[in-house]
Design a binder for this molecule. Structure first.
Ligand SMILES: Nc1c(N[C@@H]2O[C@H](COP(=O)(O)O)[C@@H](O)[C@H]2O)[nH]c(=O)[nH]c1=O
Length: 191
């Protein structure tokens, strides 16, 4: 499969989660193209959460309050949710950087059902992150742009890895959650 076709498939999939429902991928792509939302594949997508789009990353330095507890970043909350005891939890939550929180989260023993709950945890953490008006506005301002957590560190679950081996493939779960949260904000705004 060529890279451009693959990109189109990812965009169609992610757009379906963004609120464009019920049609065949090609039909979705066509409809979006007609509405000027999908130009030539990747151009209209935000692919990669770095530079001006760094705020979409879980590593963005903005406080996130969840269940009454404020963490330094979304990553701190997500990684701490793996913990099975308060010592581990505190260690992750007090990490100096989101990178350190990620390392701490990989070093502790995760709850048995972590794989079953991690997407729901990420959804709650992301929702909490975008409760802040400044970030909510930024997210809404991305309109219907597909949000793709493009990375080079082989994370094909939360993102899409663009290394030579993976060749821009992955489930883009974080991107999908971000689009889902964006859609909820949009619905709330128009209610
Ligand atoms: N954003 C970002 C990363 N990715 C983050 O790592 C988390 C996945 O952790 P795990 O489920 O434990 O594998 C998830 O929050 C994902 O967004 N990794 C990095 O090294 N640098 C980064 O800038």
């Amino acid at each position: 499969m060529s890279k451009s076709v693959d990109v189109e498939r990812i965009i169609a999939e992610t757009l379906r989660t963004a609120g464009v429902q019920g049609a065949h991928d090609a039909a979705i792509a066509e409809a979006l193209r007609n509405r000027g939302l999908l130009l030539d594949g990747i151009e209209t997508a935000i692919s990669g959460f770095s530079g001006e789009h760094r705020w979409l990353s879980n590593f963005w330095l903005s406080p996130v309050t969840l269940d009454g507890v404020t963490a330094a970043t979304a990553e701190h909350h997500y990684q701490a949710a793996k913990a099975m005891n308060t010592d581990d939890w505190s260690q992750v939550m007090s990490a100096e950087t989101p990178g350190a929180a990620k390392r701490a989260g990989s070093a502790i023993e995760a709850r048995d059902d972590w794989d079953d709950v991690k997407v729901q945890v990420m959804r709650r953490v992301t929702e909490a992150k975008f409760k802040y008006p400044d970030l909510a506005k930024r997210l809404l301002d991305t309109g219907h742009a597909p949000l793709i957590e493009e990375n080079h560190w082989h994370d094909t679950f939360w993102g899409v890895c663009s290394c030579d081996v993976h060749g821009y493939s992955g489930q883009n779960m974080l991107g999908r959650i971000l689009m889902d949260v964006r859609q909820s904000l949009r619905v709330k705004l128009s209610a």
